[in-house]
Write a protein that binds this ligand. Sequence first.
Ligand code: AMP
Ligand code: ZN
Ligand code: ZN
Length: 423
Amino acid sequence: MSRASAGRPRAVGRAILFAAWLLSRAAIAQSAVQQAVPQPREPITLLISLDAFRSDYIQRPAAVHLRALAARGVHAERMVPSFPSKTFPNHYTLVTGLYPAHHGIVANVVADSVLGRFAVGDNPQVRDGRWWGGEPIWVTAERHGVRAAPYFWPGAEAEIAGVRPTFYAKYSDRVSHATRINTVLEWLGLPKARAPRFATIYFSDVDDASHRYGPFTPEADAAIARVDSCVGALVAGIARLGLTEITNIIVVSDHGMAPIAPERTIFLDDFVSLDSLEVIDWTPIAALAPKAGKEAYVYRQLHGAHPHLAVYRKAELPARLHYADGARVPAIIGISDEGWSVTSHARFALPGGKPKGGAHGYDNQLQSMSATFVAAGPGIKTGGITVPAFQNVHVYSLLAELLGVKPAKTDGSVDSVRAILRR
Ligand code: AMP
Ligand code: ZN
Ligand code: ZN
């Protein structure tokens, strides 16, 4: 017997052992693959806010990613903001389903008889839950065991109704778009046991540019392009994570924008002594708290005084504004016509005091104040459907439905947005 033949059985044995080893490796590899395949996950909802993105901006050439998202899902002719058409009242309405008078953030500047003053920006009040009424969707979600990640949303930094979202961050307009996008994608990409199922993200470029330069300017168009590319980056990032099939993406804005100009200025001190009142908010909605015994005087002086300023006693505000029953709404409200600004001669003379560029806050029914709504995802109808205009108080109910959580009682209803839902 040759060494070779003598060696064959051993070689065959080794080959068998090698094959068995290979098979076992393959089995290990296979089980690793099985482990790497993501577990089935429940649907995610990502709410994207593009501040001041007028409903007609989706038609601008730069809004390519937004139009692509709308073509996959649903797009509203327009979304009607709540009165006043300002940032904080409307962001908080979107997530609570309550009119500003009912959630308490009745303007960007608010006066409360106990708490004092509230102002937007990096102020302690934005982190003080006592200002924030109602139940934001992230609180509803967390109460139902759904982890939430409102990353830059008015109210997200406060403990509301005893609940904080699992993920949130301190607002800073200096955080780059890339950091915002990467942070949200990182959170969504966490293992199932830790990932949020609801997240928000916020971009203020369009608001900043259109305040400064006006809504129909190259600067506003450049801002539209920047925030649109953020929508594109989020859609692409979700696809990279393999989450497209289970993610509802909802793009909203809080209000629109109208051009303003110095020749459309209303000077309060042309009509009333400023010593007789406290101006809580100036423009375009003048929120006026007359001093003791001065209410009748202030009203008499201002009511009908200027053809572009409608002045109401709180109780006489039109019912359609849903504003009269707000505890933090002061006694007299002046509503200026679209494109007009309210100020005093002293304020007008200050550097930057002359109205220019754009403003919002006006009557919420105005076409120019209309907000954007675009949605696509597993819970949303497909095929690029356009639904008629609806009020932003219904968005909370829609979010609750998509998250499968029981909504709190609100001013909105899921029936009003049923046309958007796939089922
Ligand atoms: P507006 O004048 O109504 O457009 O208000 C927009 C302002 O709100 C901007 O100056 C933003 O910097 C500010 N803002 C937006 N979101 C937040 C937030 N989550 N916390 C604090 N300030 C914010
Ligand atoms: Zn805004
Ligand atoms: Zn603004």
